[in-house]
Write a protein that binds this ligand. Structure first.
Ligand SMILES: NC(=O)c1ccc[n+]([C@@H]2O[C@H](COP(=O)([O-])OP(=O)(O)OC[C@H]3O[C@@H](n4cnc5c(N)ncnc54)[C@H](O)[C@@H]3O)[C@@H](O)[C@H]2O)c1
Length: 298
């Protein structure tokens, strides 16, 4: 087994700040790396605020917060950020070319024994591993959003990932208080292979006029005990992200059952991406938690 004490997180966005938060809180030395100084600053503020919320709930002390923040350093230089790392977790923007270029650099800069993990939602772990000289030490560590709250980590074995590396990452995940599930590297892994066709089917049901937004989401919430309906969840994930994952499934399996609904394609092309753009299946107003169906679907 590998000894993991020092962790570098590449990308300080939504997922990167959550991953850094969880490792720092569990006593690991964390270097958070981003190309944007502004993102790094924002990430540290977000981590502080999220820890304050946990303190307010009585689940964390101020001393534990201080200790966690002491474990956390930021860097705009990936080379400096990873040169002492035992584990790197890449959580940069979901773009294949970008990830391949990051992994080529990581392979040159991280210590030879360092495990290289990626938080990608949809890009093949095997093809990321293939651009390095250590494919046995490349693995998927798919955290869920929001990272400090969600228990699951989907661990994805690339074609060449060694069993020793998988075992190390499983143990590490448990040390973080999370639940590991090991799966193999095929398009969408498990989470998105099952979730995205459900979301796509919900959009097809709306497109074909089977039911409206409120009815589709309410059937799934009250009938299946889902905490959120599939259309609301799609808005939350980002309709552009849903579309791109469906394209990965469609291309990867060559099966028409994964073809994205034309309504989803239209909405993304028109800039209606869900929560992040202010409107998708629902309309979002800053500061309001009320769920209002978009005028377009009334
Ligand atoms: N958001 C989710 O719900 C979610 C869930 C699971 C997995 N993921 C995956 O996590 C990864 C990150 O997603 P996100 O939602 O946090 O994205 P995000 O857009 O919030 O953050 C991405 C960050 O990467 C940084 N970045 C870009 N190029 C970089 C580089 N060369 N070096 C260092 N930093 C760089 C950007 O500045 C940005 O801060 C993606 O692979 C995504 O598929 C996202």
């Amino acid at each position: 087994m590998f000894m993991i004490k020092s962790v570098a997180v590449i990308g300080a966005g939504t997922m990167g700040n959550g991953i850094a938060h969880v490792f720092a809180l569990n006593g690991f030395t964390v270097k958070l790396v981003d190309v944007s100084a502004q993102q790094l600053q924002k990430a540290i503020e977000t981590i502080g605020k999220n820890m304050d919320r946990t303190i307010a709930k009585g689940l964390l002390t101020s001393a534990e917060k201080e200790n966690a923040l002491k474990n956390l350093k930021t860097s705009e230089s990936m080379q400096q950020g990873v040169e002492e790392a035992d584990l790197v977790i890449e959580a940069a923007t979901e773009n294949t070319e970008l990830k391949l270029s990051i992994f080529k650099q990581l392979d040159g800069w991280a210590p030879a024994a360092c495990i290289l993990a990626t938080n990608t939602s949809s890009i093949s772990i095997t093809s990321i591993a293939a651009v390095t000289n250590r494919p046995d030490k490349v693995i998927g560590m798919h955290f869920m959003n929001p990272v400090p709250i969600m228990k699951l980590v989907e661990i994805i074995n690339g074609y060449a990932t060694s069993t020793q590396v998988t075992g190390t990452i499983v143990q590490l995940t448990e040390k973080l208080g999370k639940v590991p599930c090991v799966v193999n590297d095929y398009p969408g892994f498990i989470a998105n292979r099952i979730l995205m066709p459900m979301i796509n089917e919900a959009i097809f049901s709306l497109y074909e006029g089977v039911a409206n937004v409120y009815e589709i989401d309410t059937v799934m919430k009250l009938g299946m005990a889902h905490p959120m309906g599939p259309l609301q969840l799609a808005d939350f994930i980002g309709l552009d992200v849903c579309l791109s994952i469906l394209k990965v499934l469609h291309d990867g399996f060559g099966n028409p059952k994964y073809a994205p609904c034309p309504l989803l394609v239209n909405m993304v092309n028109a800039g209606f991406k869900g929560v992040k753009s202010g409107e998708g299946f629902y309309k979002y107003t800053l500061g309001s938690k009320e769920l209002i169906v978009s005028e377009r679907f009334k």
